[in-house]
Design a protein around this ligand. Sequence first.
Ligand SMILES: Nc1ncnc2c1ncn2[C@@H]1O[C@H](COP(=O)(O)OP(=O)(O)OP(=O)(O)O)[C@@H](O)[C@H]1O
Ligand SMILES: [Mg+2]
Length: 296
Amino acid sequence: MTTESGVPVDRAITPAVRLSDARLSFGSRTLWEELDLEVAPGEFVVVLGPNGSGKTSLLKVLLGQLALSRGSATIGGAPARTGNPHIGYVPQQKTIDAGVQLRGVDLVGLGVDGHRWGLGLRNRAERARRVRAAIADVGAQGYADAPLESMSGGEQQRLRVAQALVGDPRVLLCDEPLLSLDLANQQLVAELIDRRRRTSGTAVLFVTHEINPVLPLVDRVIYLVNGRFRIGTPDEVMTSAVLSELYGTDVEVLRVRGRLVVVGTGDTMDALGTAGAHCHGAEEFGPGVARNGARA
Ligand SMILES: Nc1ncnc2c1ncn2[C@@H]1O[C@H](COP(=O)(O)OP(=O)(O)OP(=O)(O)O)[C@@H](O)[C@H]1O
Ligand SMILES: [Mg+2]
């Protein structure tokens, strides 16, 4: 069997990620519940939803940083736990604090699992080789030795991706990894992640407000809104009917030249929150399609 994007998947083998009857609540507020999700090795799953819908929290559950209120979360069949070397993580972007004297190459080095490489000379050389290769993969050789605080947001972001990949993870959790990247670098990072899951069978959970740059790669979408969610292929989830139901208001999904534009007007735009900003890449269409999709 192959996934939506053509990657062969054997669903009989242990899922890379499994959430069963998962609920996450903070006090009396439930972000999501009755969530069942299995991600196969090599599968590319996009996590969509407005601000505060619980996308980052979902990744934190898999990282063992947040405990479920109910149900279970496993990585490669074992309970989610902190410090899992099988997970690569690109956190939601924060600008590096001024005064942190870390170079790009040091940041990437933090992603190498210390246990695996130890401190022997050969291992140290191998570690350095790995770090350099990961930096080259994201095209950051030109500035990786500079202090992080001197870099642009996009340059920092590429190094974060290198850090997440350097440990050869089985599961890659990316929280808005394309943020602050220009179009060329969005494509570079998306292709890098895609190549990794195709060659190494890395399962990818990819949080984004902009599905279009990765739309051709996506196997399934999980769309979270106010405690409701839908899981399915992009064709199943990204429809006017499904999104209107999730948001509880009229939302229209337009397909323009292979891209998705989520359109709402007036109150609907407010309800969409940043999903309105995920009027996916509307500004790329040039004249004719306004940012809010009104003239599409
Ligand atoms: N440890 C916590 N304790 C209490 N509330 C929390 C905690 N972590 C997250 N929340 C709340 O859960 C909600 C979901 O947060 P989360 O960061 O998962 O949203 P998100 O979907 O990633 O949003 P964004 O698109 O803005 O990044 C927010 O309202 C947040 O304040
Ligand atoms: Mg978030």
